[in-house]
Write a protein that binds this ligand. Structure first.
Ligand SMILES: [Ca+2]
Ligand SMILES: [Ca+2]
Length: 325
């Protein structure tokens, strides 16, 4: 029988394992969604899980970093005075050993448009691509420059704007060097635009919550006494039918214990986030998880909605890389 701290460490490690076995799915779904769904709770989930997510994404992220080494530098702005032409302004840094002289920027939109049957449907599109005509010397940067784009005929709807930086004129299929999102939704048809990059590091009133999330949550980004309540992450736990058999306890008891210890650890770390189980189901009720595959995205989203959960975690004992015996 181990002492309390050893047990706590082990249980926390177990929870980390639960998260790590499934959070790749969470990242995938978050990346696939437009910023419309990137609400504060999801953001808080990801922020709370950053140490674990870093482990998961470290290898591909580092690979990408090594491959690109050419980045957009902000502040970045996107403005239009007539809804037809837009002015895009940003800087570029080149950390490569050679000159970068063939760059393109593509403006993209993601959001919802009005369909022919008068329904709002998800919509993403490339709006325009512009050759930047800049030379960026090795290991140097150029200050913000302006580039003109055509907004064209953006369908009626509401959209977020993204800029992709790439080296080949055709953006599709080519690896992008970098990309940034602009803050806030904008309605089309567009008469004017006035956007700046979504920077989650700006916390004007220093209350610990960045300005963007304060605006999303309806609190005052300039008043340190106005801030959102501490986030609670609602988790739907799925597990194989006999996953917890070897712990000699019921799944509900095991998960409740894991959550209690995890919440205690976060609280002692002064991290204002708490985790809460909103459901525990096994593979007899959710048979899709019994084959070792990830949930289909549509099923994942269905479960999120059904349980009003922020994240779905799947606990398995027989995964090749998540084995716990
Ligand atoms: Ca703030
Ligand atoms: Ca505030």
């Amino acid at each position: 029988m181990g002492d309390r701290s050893t047990a706590a460490t082990q249980i926390d490690h177990t929870f980390s394992n639960i998260v790590s076995c499934t959070s790749d799915r969470a990242i995938y779904n978050d990346r696939r969604s437009s910023p419309r769904s990137n609400n504060n709770r999801v953001f808080m989930v990801l922020r709370a899980l950053i140490p674990i997510l870093l482990l998961l994404v470290a290898e591909p992220a580092f690979t990408q970093f090594e491959r690109t080494h050419v980045n957009i530098s902000c502040p970045c702005t996107l403005t239009s005075s007539d809804g037809e032409k837009a002015e895009l302004a940003f800087g570029i840094s080149n950390n490569r050993d050679d000159v970068v002289d063939e760059l393109y920027a593509t403006l993209a939109i993601a959001g919802t448009r009005l369909s022919s049957t008068s329904q709002m449907v998800d919509y993403t599109a490339f709006v325009d691509t512009v050759a930047l005509n800049v030379n960026v010397e090795p290991h140097s940067a150029i200050d913000s420059q302006s580039f003109e784009l055509d907004l064209g005929a953006i369908p009626e709807g509401t959209y977020y704007f993204e800029v992709l930086l790439h080296e080949n004129e055709i953006v599709g299929g080519n690896p992008r060097l970098d990309s940034i999102w602009f803050e806030g939704e904008w309605s089309a048809p567009i008469s004017t635009l006035s956007l700046r990059d979504a920077n989650y590091l700006i916390d004007s009133d220093d209350d610990g919550i960045d300005d963007i999330n304060e605006r999303l949550e309806g609190t005052d980004p300039n008043d340190p006494n106005s801030y959102p309540p501490d986030p609670v992450i609602d988790i739907l736990f799925l597990h194989e039918e006999f996953s917890f058999e070897h712990y000699n306890t019921s799944p509900n008891s095991f998960i409740a214990h894991v959550l209690a210890v995890t919440n205690d650890i976060y609280e002692r770390s002064n991290s204002p986030v708490q985790f809460r189980a909103v459901g525990v189901q096994d593979s007899s009720e959710i048979p899709e998880i019994s084959d070792g595959e990830s949930l289909e995205e549509s099923r994942y989203l269905e479960l999120l909605e059904e349980y009003d959960a922020d994240i779905v975690l799947v606990y398995r004992t027989r995964d090749t890389w998540c084995t716990r015996r």
